[in-house]
Design a protein around this ligand. Structure first.
Ligand code: RB5
Length: 147
C-alpha cells in the first residue's frame, strides 16, 4: 500500500498547498498535512521540518512543500539528512529530478507557479521513477556530502 504524502507550507504557500491538496483528493491519494492551516505568518523552516522528518522516518516516501518562492522551504529541507529537495518551477525539472536525482521532496513557490501547473508538476513528481544506474552513484555522492 502506498504511503501518504507529507504536505507543508508557510503562509506564502498555504493557498497553493490547499489547491494541491484538493487535487490529491481528486486523485484518491492520501496525505498528511503538517500545516500551516491559515495565512497567518509562520516561519518556513519550522514548517519544513516535521514533513521532512516524516520522510526520513519512513512514514512518508515523499513530501510536497510550499512557500512564496519555494526557495526558502527547499533550503531548509535540504539541511535534513536524507532529504533531497528540489525547488521546481517547470515540468521538465520535476520529471528529471525524479529520474536522475531521486528527489524525495518537491518545493513549489506560490508566487511563481499557478495552481494548474502545480497540479501537473505534482502528478509528474509523484509518478516518475528514479532510473538508478549511473545516477545512483551520483545521488550517493550527493548524500555523502552530509554524512
Ligand atoms: C515569506 O514571506 C517568504 O519569505 C517565504 O514564503 C518564502 O518565499 C521564502 O523563501
Amino acid at each position: 500500500m502506498a504511503k501518504p504524502i507529507a504536505l507543508a507550507a508557510d503562509h506564502g504557500g498555504f493557498e497553493l498547498k490547499e489547491a494541491v491538496k484538493a487535487h490529491l483528493d481528486e486523485l484518491g491519494l492520501e496525505y498528511i498535512d503538517f500545516g500551516t492551516h491559515s495565512t497567518a505568518s509562520v516561519d518556513y523552516p519550522d514548517m519544513a521540518l516535521p514533513a521532512c522528518d516524516a520522510v526520513v522516518s519512513g512514514q512518508c516516501d515523499k513530501a510536497l512543500l510550499f512557500c512564496g518562492t519555494g526557495v526558502g522551504i527547499s533550503m531548509a529541507a535540504n539541511k535534513v539528512k536524507g532529504i533531497r529537495a528540489c525547488c521546481c518551477s517547470d515540468s521538465f525539472s520535476c520529471e528529471y529530478t525524479r529520474r536522475h536525482n531521486d528527489a524525495n521532496v518537491l518545493a513549489l513557490g506560490a508566487g511563481i507557479t499557478g495552481p494548474n501547473l502545480a497540479k501537473r508538476m505534482v502528478e509528474i513528481f509523484l509518478s516518475t521513477e528514479f532510473e538508478g544506474g549511473r545516477h545512483a552513484r551520483r545521488v550517493a555522492l550527493v548524500d555523502s556530502i552530509q554524512p
